[in-house]
Design a protein around this ligand. Structure first.
Ligand code: ATP
Ligand code: MG
Length: 387
């Protein structure tokens, strides 16, 4: 008998960050009797605050705060990317508490340039890109990549905040400056991909195995993911290729934990890896109810050394809709009428007390066997839900 499934009842899992991703992973950890702690912000209103009393208040990249978490926990894991690989490595070394995904893995993806080089070297296609060292290089870059192109800060972007699509020299100059290029921050230029769809695949991986979630389509508005459609409405062979590229990408970074990989599907049905996330991802939320094992359970499993479980779909189709804040103020949840239908509706609120326009306040997932009906019900449920 393998002993690898054993977990001491006193096991403690620490999260660097207290957002909804940590909270949904924590809720799976509780099912295994695991105790959970988190680094939370001074605001006192992070989603994790409502699910555990074990809070370490401070910044997610602050060494002293992370050391407190590491001294408390058996394993620590990530839920966002506003971290520093050097600090993570030092905390791991000084505390002796393992960090998964490892600081070495994180180092490969914390910087978009290194991330793209790593995947390209592993034979995974990415969009053409180059580093822009100075404003003088901006027109030449336009000649090489074509106009418009994307400027991206190598570090620190999220929900499109580190990106600028530029159509002419004046815009490129302004974008380069806004991204800190003139102050020495590394900026890359990337070919603007005219994609037909954006696809994503979640992978859970540790020394005991690698599993992948079904390839889904993600739909973004204003750079924020608004909907996820599962399975992605593309040929089976494209989904299979996407899943195997994601698996290869997780291997390329020697990933231990849970990873999200986002792809562009081009007009020629080519797949380009856009970016990766070393944590649960919005494109995997559907798995909570749609799959036999959710991304959050596999996150906990992968970082705690339990074998990841290959998920299967419980229904033919799922649509996940993000519930975004519509205005600023106190959050109030208004649930939709679930009705008497073949589809299932599941609503999640993250416990954020204050809403802001575009803030991810919760999500809902609709499951069923007819993809068209599921999408229709999801859009209806979205308009009936307030948060
Ligand atoms: P997040 O972490 O939320 O995914 P991010 O700030 O790291 O966002 P990206 O994932 O690189 O940024 O880009 C966000 C979105 O911008 C993509 O999902 C895509 O819609 C668009 N985008 C990014 N790069 C390109 C590109 N090269 N060509 C066309 N569109 C792009
Ligand atoms: Mg992205």
């Amino acid at each position: 008998m393998s002993t690898s499934f054993e977990l001491p009842a006193s096991f403690r899992l620490g999260f660097i960050g207290g957002g909804q991703l940590a909270r949904m992973s924590a809720m799976q950890a509780f099912r295994f009797g695991i105790e959970v702690g988190a680094v939370c912000s001074e605001s006192g209103s992070d989603p994790m605050e409502k699910v555990t009393p074990t809070i370490f208040r401070g910044d997610v990249s602050d060494y002293d705060t992370l050391m407190k978490l590491a001294e408390w926990a058996n394993v620590i894991t990530l839920e966002n990317e506003f971290l520093d690989a050097d600090v993570l490595a030092k905390v791991e070394q000084d505390s002796g508490t393992p960090v998964f995904p490892s600081p070495e893995t994180f180092r490969l993806i914390e910087n978009k340039r290194i991330e793209k080089e790593t995947f390209r070297n592993a034979g995974i296609p990415v969009a053409p890109f180059r580093v822009v060292k100075s404003e003088e290089e901006l027109p030449k870059t336009g000649m090489q990549l074509g106009w418009p192109y994307m400027l991206k800060s190598s570090k620190g972007g999220y929900d499109g905040y580190g990106n600028k699509k530029v159509s002419n020299f004046a815009q490129a100059e302004a974008g380069f400056r806004a991204l800190g290029g003139t102050e020495g921050r590394e900026v890359i230029a990337e070919k603007n991909v005219s994609f037909t769809r954006e696809l994503a695949v979640m992978v859970a991986r540790n020394e005991q195995g690698t599993v992948t979630y079904p390839c889904c389509e993600t739909i973004q508005e204003n750079h924020i993911c608004t909907r996820v459609i599962v399975p992605a409405p593309v040929n089976r062979s494209i989904r299979d290729t996407c899943e195997s590229l994601a698996r290869k990408a997780a291997e390329a970074i020697n990933g231990k934990g849970l990873f999200g990989f986002e792809f562009f599907l081009t007009e020629d049905d080519e797949l380009l890896l856009n970016e990766s996330a070393p944590r649960p991802h919005n494109s995997g939320h559907f798995s909570i109810e749609a799959c036999s094992v959710s991304q959050f359970e596999n996150h906990v499993r992968a970082v705690c050394g339990l074998p990841p479980v290959q998920p299967t779909m419980r229904f033919n189709a799922a649509v996940m809709v993000n519930l975004l804040g519509k205005s600023s103020g106190d959050a109030v949840l208004k649930l939709p009428d679930y009705g008497q239908n073949d589809e299932e509706i599941h609503v999640h609120a993250y416990g954020k007390t204050t809403a802001r326009p575009g803030r991810k306040m919760g999500h809902l997932t609709v499951l069923g066997n007819n993809p068209d009906t599921v999408l229709k019900r999801a859009l209806q449920a979205e308009s009936d839900t307030r948060i």
